[in-house]
Structure formats: C-alpha cells, structure tokens
Design a binder for this molecule. Structure first.
Ligand code: C2E
Ligand code: MG
Ligand code: MG
Ligand code: MG
Length: 284
C-alpha cells in the first residue's frame, strides 16, 4: 500500500539520518583528542608561476591522520566542525603552525613566500578574528602580507556589510583578502563592485570543461574582467597541459593544481623552497 511505502521511505531516511548523526558525533569526540595528540598536520600546496613552474607561494591545508581511520579528508570533518564551532580551534591550530613556519624563515633570513590560510565561514563572523591574527603576526614576527586570508565566496552572503567592515579593518592592518571558490556562489558581481579584494581564486569547477566553447568564453572574459579590476588571480585545480596552455593564453600565470604539485607536508614544502633558493643562488 501507499502508506506502507511512505513508512518504509521514512524508515530508510531515519536510518540515514541516524548514521549521519552518529558520524558527526564521532568526529566531535575524536577532534578533541586529535588536537591534543597532534593528529592534525599542516600540509601546504605550492602555488606556481605556470610560465616556469617556479613556486611563488602556498596554501595551508589541514590533514587529519586518524590513528585507526588513516587520512581523513577535510570534506569529511570540516562541515561537522563548522556546525559545532570546533573549526575555530582547528583553524587557529593550523594558522599558528603557518605563522611559526614563516617566522622561522624570516629569522633565518630565508626567502619568504606568502602562505595563505583558509578562514572558515563561521570564523569570518567571529569578532575575535582580527585579534587572533594580530596576536599571531606579532608573536611570530611575520609581515601580514605573507599570510593572505582565503574566504569562501559564500561567506559573504549573510551580513554582507558586516563582512566588508571586518575585511576592510584587516586590510588596514596589512592583511590581504582572497576570495576562494570564485564562481560557485551567487552574489559575485555585486561583491566585485562593492568590496576591495586583493585576490580571487577561481574554483576548479570553472575550468573543468574547457572543451566547451561556452566555458572558454566565460573563463577568458572573467579573467579579463578581473584583471581590469586590478584583482590578482589564482587558478585552482589545474590538472592538464591543455588547461595550462589555455589559461596562459588568457594571460593568467598563477595557479595551483595537481599538474604542478599536490598538497605536501610543510617539511616537503620547505625542502622545495630551499632547492629553489639554491638554484636561484647559482644563476645569480
Ligand atoms: P579550498 O580552500 O578550495 O582548497 C583547495 C582544494 O583543492 C584542496 O582540497 C586541494 O587539495 C584541492 N586541489 C588542489 N589542486 C587540485 C587539482 O588539481 N585537482 C583536484 N581535484 N583538487 C585539487 P582539500 O585539501 O581536500 O581541502 C578541501 C577544502 O577544505 C578546502 O578547499 C577548504 O575549503 C577546506 N579546508 C582545508 N583545510 C582547511 C583549514 O585548515 N581550515 C579551513 N577552515 N578549511 C580548510
Ligand atoms: Mg582555500
Ligand atoms: Mg580554493
Ligand atoms: Mg575550491
């Protein structure tokens, strides 16, 4: 009967909800010990100049090495942590590692490159955000322009005015604001008109179907528009030579993607920078 069917559907739905809730509770329980036991690690994905492959910076990405489950990808725990607020602790833990690393480069008179950090939606609304960043930059003696803040496009949707105000005050303090996941949200055009952004990261979805005429038209013109607006562009998710040459043809040079480097432990990123510094010294 129809009634029977409806009940069965609910039962299945209920079961799904229950296991989803259980998974969420599991993450909540585990994350506390993860922070205490150093299971969260800083990975960095290099950003390169596509013309010569030179590393021009990096993005800090969290990795969770769970003692039983192995490597847990961010998409499986970040949404949960955004719900329960724990993302703020995780972000600050990762940021501190970034500031500490850059502070060390600075002290040792090594070449500094910007390593951007992700600011979660929740964190972007936290009144203490600026305070935390200023404390870290002072404690580790890192010039603020070396830690650009990546904010996801959708973070700007609620309380746009409040967000602009907070971003502006961070920019006045020397931090750079980068809009992440550009092209996946809604209020993009308004935002470009109303807010000063230092950088835009074009989402990998945007460059996925380059074989389509329409896609190429949209990408080429979006890049031209952003360049005319004076916004620095980074393209995310470059995986093929075809994408690379098309984007270079559009006048876009800075990118991040598996074609160049995957995210790596900060120690490996450091080795890459060191190698580059040596090569530079030789050609000088
Ligand atoms: P995102 O900030 O847009 O980071 C870029 C993501 O794209 C990373 O995934 C990176 O590994 C992936 N990626 C880079 N190049 C390629 C490519 O060529 N192909 C493909 N398929 N993927 C590529 P990841 O590390 O899994 O992170 C996913 C998302 O989780 C990030 O997206 C970011 O929103 C969030 N996230 C990661 N670490 C943190 C963190 O420490 N704090 C916060 N708040 N969010 C984080
Ligand atoms: Mg990012
Ligand atoms: Mg991104
Ligand atoms: Mg993205």
């Amino acid at each position: 009967s129809i009634k029977g069917k409806v009940y069965r559907t609910y039962a299945v739905f209920d079961e799904k909800m229950r296991s989803q809730k259980m998974r969420e509770r599991q993450v909540e329980n585990d994350i506390v010990s993860a922070l205490e036991n150093g299971e969260l690690q800083l990975y960095v994905q290099p950003k390169v100049d596509m013309r010569d492959g030179r590393v021009i910076g990096g993005e800090a990405l969290v990795r969770w090495k769970h003692p039983e489950k192995g490597l847990v990808p961010p998409r499986e725990f970040i949404p949960v942590l955004e719900k329960n607020g724990f993302i703020i602790n995780v972000d600050e833990y990762i940021w501190e590692k970034v500031f500490a690393y850059l502070g060390k480069l600075h002290r040792e008179d090594r070449m500094l490159v910007p390593v951007s950090i992700n600011v979660s939606r929740l964190h972007a609304y936290d009144e203490k955000l600026a305070e935390t960043l200023i404390r870290l930059r002072e404690e580790y003696d890192v010039p603020p322009e070396y830690v650009p803040l990546e904010l996801t496009e959708s973070a700007f949707l609620e309380d746009e005015a409040g967000m602009y105000r907070r971003m502006e005050s961070l920019r006045e303090r020397g931090f750079l604001v980068s809009m992440d996941d550009f092209g996946t949200g809604y209020s993009t055009m308004n935002m470009l008109k109303n807010q000063t952004l230092d950088e835009i990261k074009i989402d990998k979805e945007f460059i996925r179907d380059l074989e389509k005429d329409k896609s190429r038209i949209i990408i080429r013109n979006t890049i031209a528009m952003l360049q005319q607006l004076g916004v620095h562009i980074v393209i995310e998710g470059v995986e093929t030579e075809e994408q690379k040459s098309f984007l270079l043809g559009c006048g876009c040079t800075d990118a991040q993607g598996f074609l160049f480097h995957r995210p790596m432990p900060v120690e490996a990123f450091d080795a890459l920078l060191l190698q580059q510094e040596c090569e530079y010294d030789r050609t000088k």
